[in-house]
Design a protein around this ligand. Structure first.
Ligand code: URA
Length: 205
């Protein structure tokens, strides 16, 4: 089932975050230190969606601050941006115990939060990090290795680009790091194109 991207039920993203921080929709609530809602520029053109918080994220309340986060930060900086220029969120907002994969029921419980984040932030380019985010947002069973580095239409005027999850890149190294860097070049180009299209639409050219 695709994400429901119809009108959000919250007045603002601050309201949305306040509600999400108190979420008890699934059993992950019982084991978390805190909800990891998302971080970055809520007006960003570029939004990343990962899988779920790990140990450091659960402790600090910020997505991608552990080893995988360091790699993500480097990849973002590699295309001339900083973490402050983008928005980063996850499919599930609470840490699965022992960093296990999120369960389908947990993903399902959490999906309205992500859908509402996407609506408020309204990015021009969405980058899914790994299989879980890619399968959820593209509503596909196709694996990340076949989809990575390609552009897919997501919503009106929004392009989605899947790439490898930074944790998988840390585990495999070598070729996968080169693949990630190549995917980020695709992201950069899509962002430039989307901004040019936005400018042309605004100027009526
Ligand atoms: N992995 C994720 O998918 N998200 C995080 O926030 C951290 C690691």
């Amino acid at each position: 089932m695709p994400l429901d991207l119809t009108a959000p039920q919250f007045a603002s993203i601050a309201d949305l975050e306040r509600e999400a921080l108190a979420c008890t929709r699934c059993a992950l609530a019982g084991g978390r230190t805190q909800v990891v809602f998302g971080a970055g520029d809520t007006g960003a053109d570029l939004m990343f969606v990962g899988e779920g918080p790990g140990e450091q994220e659960d402790l600090q309340g910020i997505p991608f601050v552990g080893r995988a986060g360091n790699l993500l930060t480097k990849l973002i900086e590699g295309i001339g941006l900083s973490r402050d220029d983008v928005y980063i969120a996850n499919v599930v907002k609470c840490r699965p115990p022992g960093n296990r994969d999120p369960l389908p029921a947990e993903i399902d419980s959490c999906r309205p939060w992500l859908a509402a984040q996407l609506q408020f932030i309204s990015p021009r380019v969405v980058v899914t990090l790994g299989n879980f985010a890619t399968k959820l947002l593209l509503d596909t069973k196709e694996g990340i290795t076949r989809l990575r580095g390609k552009e897919f239409p997501f919503a009106e005027g929004v392009v989605l680009i899947p790439t490898l999850h930074p944790s998988a890149v840390l585990r495999s190294g070598g070729t996968t790091l080169a693949q990630s860097r190549a995917d980020f070049v695709v992201v950069k180009r899509a962002l430039v194109r989307a901004r040019d299209a936005g400018t042309a639409a605004r100027d009526g050219t």
